[in-house]
Design a protein around this ligand. Structure first.
Ligand code: SAH
Length: 352
């Protein structure tokens, strides 16, 4: 299939990305050194902290990789009340968390769009934290309503830049629709984040390089990536990660992502700790990442929000995660971010 990628500049950049993704030994050390230096130059020494509240695991979709897909009957479904969520977020500023990320399953009526708008308004009225939402595809009208309620940012990963592979992973959505959502959010002046999983079955290193270049093309404010981890209760439960034999690829991908996106916020995502227990997120922070996203979901719900197995910190409380995270950041010689950590790309006052 001929795509927009078939131009010479893209091919040159993609080949450069592929070469970096194949780096070994001295070249690998150099890649990591450069990624860390670029992060330092463009994003500084601060690590911004965004607490995630996984407020509902109810989902109407059936993404073939995801543990909370609608068809997984082994999941005990829950939805937090607005009061419970606000109570969690009230403690954020004292724990140096300048942003809340509200994440849930998708297209569920469990927490309605209007209820979410009212919740955003309440959080913005009662606290100083920035509000990021991550709950999937919606219409322009709904995104606009949430923006008018005070939503600062939206995260919506494109998961893979290959339309055919996207279709094979998602029975009820298309890559084009997902990308349309990003365009609408950008038009509305919402700070936009996207990203992808690394090593979904069928991914090649060319696709991985295209994923990284698509992030640059979309000019994203935030980019979250993380390894695909097979969940046993999903159709891909027995299909290993494409780089299962070479987990270093997950860190290489992060470093190359930083080099192609010098001034985007890049989190050290939780899935890195699932692959490299106890150290994954620290390694990510040393190879290009500048954001940490501790789990702020109340303890009693955490075990029911397993997108993939081996998710860390499911037995900890939010306070324990906060303390552990501050220690981890300081042990790396980094400082804690001040304030909400808005996009570096667009001065916030210019956003309509
Ligand atoms: N329903 C929301 C939130 C999705 S969960 C939405 O559609 O945007 C957040 C992210 O978890 C997903 O975008 C996906 O990239 C990641 N994820 C889901 N299942 C995973 C798995 N098995 N391994 C690794 N990451 C996974």
């Amino acid at each position: 299939m001929k795509t927009e990628y078939d131009n010479q500049q893209h091919k040159t950049d993609r080949n450069a990305a592929i070469r970096m993704l194949q780096a070994q030994d001295k070249a690998l050390e150099e890649l990591y050194r450069r990624a860390d230096a670029v992060r330092q130059q463009f994003m500084g020494n601060e690590v911004f902290i965004r607490g995630i509240v996984e407020f509902s695991n109810v989902c109407a979709r059936n993404c073939y990789y995801c543990g909370i897909r609608a068809a997984n009957e082994r999941v005990k479904r829950y939805t937090m009340s607005a009061d419970e969520i606000v109570e969690v977020v009230r403690h954020f500023p004292a724990n140096r968390q300048g942003t809340v990320v509200l994440q849930s399953g998708e297209a569920s009526a469990a927490f309605g769009d209007e209820a979410l708008g009212k919740l955003i308004r309440r959080i913005k009225r009662k606290t100083t934290v920035a509000v990021t939402v991550c709950i999937g595809n919606r219409s322009r009208e709904v995104y606009q309503y949430w923006r008018d309620c005070g939503m600062d940012r939206y995260l919506i990963r494109f998961e893979t830049s290959d339309p055919d592979l996207y279709a094979r992973l998602h029975p009820d959505s298309s890559l084009a629709t997902r990308l349309d959502c990003l365009t609408i959010l950008r038009d509305l002046g919402v700070q936009t984040g996207s990203g992808f999983m690394i090593g979904v079955p069928g991914e090649t290193v060319e696709i991985l390089a295209n994923n990284i270049l698509l992030c640059r093309k979309l000019d994203l404010d935030m980019i979250g990536i993380g390894p695909f981890i097979p969940h046993p209760d999903t159709p891909l439960g027995n299909t290993p990660n494409a780089y299962a034999a070479d987990p270093e690829m997950f860190l290489k991908a992060l470093a190359v992502l930083r080099l192609f996106n010098p001034d985007a916020h890049i989190p050290a995502t939780t899935a890195y700790d699932a692959i490299f227990p106890g150290t994954g997120r620290d390694l990510a922070l040393q190879r290009g990442a500048n954001v940490f996203m501790p789990n702020a979901t109340p303890n009693r719900y955490r075990n029911n929000y397993l997108l993939y197995p081996g998710k860390p910190c499911v037995d900890e409380s939010a306070d324990q995660c906060g303390a552990c995270m501050i220690h981890r950041i300081q042990a790396l010689g980094r400082t804690l971010g001040q304030g909400p950590g808005h996009s570096k790309k667009r001065a916030i006052e210019k956003i309509p």
